[in-house]
Structure formats: C-alpha cells, structure tokens
Design a protein around this ligand. Structure first.
Ligand SMILES: C[S@@+](CC[C@H](N)C(=O)[O-])C[C@H]1O[C@@H](n2cnc3c(N)ncnc32)[C@H](O)[C@@H]1O
Length: 207
C-alpha cells in the first residue's frame, strides 16, 4: 500500500512524494493553463506556484478518509488560521492519520519574539511587524487593499511551546518538542526549510 504524506499549507515548498496542499489564489490560478501562459508573457502577477499543488481550504473538512494518512507536515500555516479553525484543522489531522502516524507542526514562537522585544533587541514597530497581523496602510489604495486580501494571509493566532503542546495533546496526539531536523520523518531534510525553524516551535506527535 502507498505511504501517504501530506504537506499542509505548502506554499512554494513542494517536494516529490508528498501531497502538497494549499489554497492561495496563486496556486489556484496557476492551474489555469491559459492564465499561466499569458501571465508568464505579461508578468501581471509574480506567480511562482507549482501546478501540481493539491487545492484544498484547510479550514474545511479534509478530503481524506479516517486513518488513511501516514504522515503530516505543516510549516508556518497553523498561525494563519483563527484559534477555532486551527483547532478544527488539528482535529482533522488526527482523524485522517493512521494509528502511530506522525504529525509535525512548525509555527513561529511567540515567546521568542516577546523575549527578544523585552530584552530591548527589537524595536516596537519591528515586534508588531514580526507578529504579521493584518495591517492596513492609509497610503494604500482601496483597490490594492481589496486585492491584497486574496494574496496575503496574515497571522490570526500565535503559539508558544506550552500552548501548542497543550492543544495537540488535548486532541489526542502523544507529542514532544523537537529540534530542527530531529524527527521520525525519513526525508525531513527535504521537507523542512532551515530558515523556517529559526525562532519557531516544532512539535512532533503520534496518533
Ligand atoms: C507562510 S506560508 C508557509 C509556506 C511553507 N509551508 C513554508 O514553511 O515556507 C503559509 C501557507 O499557508 C497557506 N494557507 C493559508 N491559509 C490556508 C488555508 N485556509 N487553506 C490552505 N492553505 C492555506 C498559504 O497559502 C501559504 O502558502
């Protein structure tokens, strides 16, 4: 039987042998051949989305059956969902994973940012920028603001080690804090971009 691995909220990280899932408008229009062709000539949008991305909105019920999936990796995506959506997302991960299936979630570490700021190593404006919450600028045209909503996904929730461990444990995962590349996932070096593990919380769990 095929070993099924999901990379949820893949962005431009689309390694082979993984089902790379995303829902951005860019990944959706990249599937329209005529649009991709015209865009590649006219450079209307800066699209670097692979055509082989599996399109799914991770706020919705997953299109996989109970106990079907062997491994789930998700980097810097959970924080783009609201607290309730994130909880539902993790419940869906638990539902589709096989018994003993592996889940690895990487998110920016709120505590690390706060400590950096309170130690005086980060300006207030840089701290707020780092949180990547939605910021509208008065200098932007309303047209740009309208379109931006389709292309940018601000953070809707932030986590630290304790909160992520607590949420995942409550859902039923047996989980541990991990270091970058410390994993039971065989091809972790292929799926985990080094720059994404800096100032991040990494929790790996088993169903
Ligand atoms: C910050 S990027 C992370 C990309 C990649 N995993 C990485 O670590 O570089 C977050 C990704 O989550 C995707 N995303 C956000 N909300 C989503 C949703 N509701 N359904 C599917 N993908 C979503 C975005 O399109 C984006 O590609």
């Amino acid at each position: 039987m095929q070993y099924l691995k999901l990379n949820l909220g893949c962005g431009n990280q689309t390694p082979e042998n993984w089902i790379n899932v995303d829902y951005s408008l860019g990944s959706q229009v990249a599937k329209i051949p005529l649009f991709s062709l015209v865009n590649s000539q006219l450079k209307i949008f800066n699209l670097t989305w692979e055509e082989n991305i599996f399109i799914h909105d991770l706020r919705k019920t997953f299109p996989w059956s109970d106990n079907e999936i062997d491994c789930i990796y998700s980097s810097h995506t959970l924080e783009h969902l609201s607290k309730d959506q994130g909880h539902y997302f993790l419940q869906e991960c638990h539902r589709v994973l096989k018994q003993d299936g592996i889940i690895r979630i990487v998110v920016p570490d709120l505590k690390e940012f706060v400590e950096c700021y309170t130690r005086g190593e980060m300006l207030a404006e840089d701290f707020v920028k780092k949180l990547e919450v939605w910021q509208e600028s008065n200098q932007q045209s309303s047209l740009k603001i309208t379109f931006q909503r389709f292309f940018s996904f601000p953070h809707q929730c932030m986590y630290d080690q304790d909160s992520l461990m607590r949420i995942m444990s409550n859902i039923g995962f047996k989980c541990q804090i991990k270091k970058p590349f410390e994993s039971e996932i065989d091809d972790i070096k292929i799926i985990e971009p080094p720059d994404r593990t800096e100032a991040a919380v990494i929790v790996e769990g088993k169903k």
